[in-house]
Design a binder for this molecule. Structure first.
Ligand code: AMP
Ligand code: MG
Length: 348
């Protein structure tokens, strides 16, 4: 045989062996329930065992966070809430200190609209319980008893030894507005540390992604707050978090009025002007906090709040079925239902 033919054959058989020994990349998925929602994890890789390692690590991280951060069930945050109610000092972990500090930052940046010390109001409205428990709305005086003392995460004082002191005994920390974002950040970090570079972690429609599927974007839908379908789709090719706060998540109806779980800390009432707010950002914790903050800010205050929080990819859907988008968000997503009135606005 000609020498060139030998070389060709050798290269060909090498390539054949290489392609046979490495299984084809595909999407591996895992599903479980925690944080009161369905979590799904998808990993695009050729390495099934590596994907399985990722799934196990994420499951245990979500389980750990759910118990540490539950405001009402036994765990670290619950112990802190009990200590505050009893006007006692308590030492907490650096992990919890970090989250309180993040909550304080978002609280300041949102001029108090985002306030993870909202727990007393959440409990009064019974949004900490199953949806069917509601029989009446709280009385004006019950609400005023709390709002007049304006419990705020700014009241929480952390001393250099990790002790918490809080003079406002109506403060109950409830991290429902940004815990999923923190969990998504932690999950993606776990995957990156394992060497996984293409994945998506979806917690009931809120998600964080890295990479893509062999050049094909991850496609995700954003729920239409007025129906069960999707109102928009987003193609993601890189590290991004997509978080939505909606009036459809937890709510109850009384007469012709609907009361949902996002509360204005100043009035003590669920807000009424927004149907949903979506924020896209690299950081899951920021996207999650900002979606909740902008939901409270509403159509008049969202721009200054977004600017101060440092987010520019925002979509608001008002209760009047208007879509307001920043131009950065307009570029990122495709609106699927053209019946809605759509306006693109700047945040300056
Ligand atoms: P999200 O679905 O991320 O908007 O979070 C909603 C959850 O955040 C609620 O169920 C409450 O636990 C909590 N929450 C409600 N109102 C506020 C608020 N004004 N600031 C911060 N957290 C809030
Ligand atoms: Mg949120």
């Amino acid at each position: 045989m000609h020498r060139a033919s030998y070389i060709f054959l050798a290269i060909f058989s090498f390539l054949l062996t290489a392609s046979c020994s490495q299984p084809k990349s595909q999407v591996f998925s895992d599903h479980f329930f925690t944080f009161g929602t369905d979590i799904s994890v998808s990993i695009f890789t050729h390495d099934k065992d590596l994907a399985a390692k990722g799934f196990t690590a994420i499951r245990s991280k979500f389980k750990e966070l759910n118990s540490k951060l539950h405001p009402w069930n036994p765990g670290e945050l619950n112990s802190l809430n009990r200590a505050i109610a009893a006007s006692k000092k308590i030492q907490i972990s650096p992990f919890l200190i970090g989250l309180i500090q993040a909550g304080q930052r978002f609280n300041t940046q949102s001029a108090g609209l985002f306030d993870p010390a909202i727990g007393s109001l959440v409990k009064l409205w019974k949004f900490d319980q199953a949806a069917n428990i509601h029989t009446s709305i709280p009385s004006a005086s019950e609400i005023a008893n709390i709002t007049s003392q304006r419990p705020s995460i700014a009241d929480v004082v952390i001393d250099p030894n990790g002790y918490i002191h809080c003079e406002n005994d109506l403060v109950r920390l409830d991290f429902g507005g940004f815990a999923k974002g923190y969990a998504a950040d932690s999950a993606i970090k776990i995957l990156e540390d394992l060497g996984i570079s293409n994945a998506i972690v979806n917690a009931g429609g809120d998600l964080k992604s890295i990479g893509n599927k062999d050049g094909t974007a991850w496609m995700v839908g954003i729920r239409d707050p007025f129906s069960d379908g999707a109102i928009a789709s987003v193609a993601i090719n890189s590290k991004l978090s997509v978080f939505t706060s909606g009036n459809y998540e937890r709510f109850f109806k009384k007469g012709d009025k609907t009361f949902h779980h996002i509360i204005d800390p100043e009035t003590g009432f669920p807000t009424t002007l927004m149907a949903s707010v979506t924020v896209i950002h690299d950081s899951g914790i920021l996207a999650d906090a900002a979606a909740t903050a902008l939901f409270v800010a509403g159509p008049d205050r969202w721009q200054q709040t977004a600017k101060s929080l440092g987010v520019n990819k925002v979509m608001l859907i008002t209760s009047k079925k208007e879509i307001i988008l920043t131009s950065e968000m307009d570029k990122q997503l495709t609106i699927l239902d053209t019946a809605f009135k759509k306006t693109v606005k700047g945040i300056n």
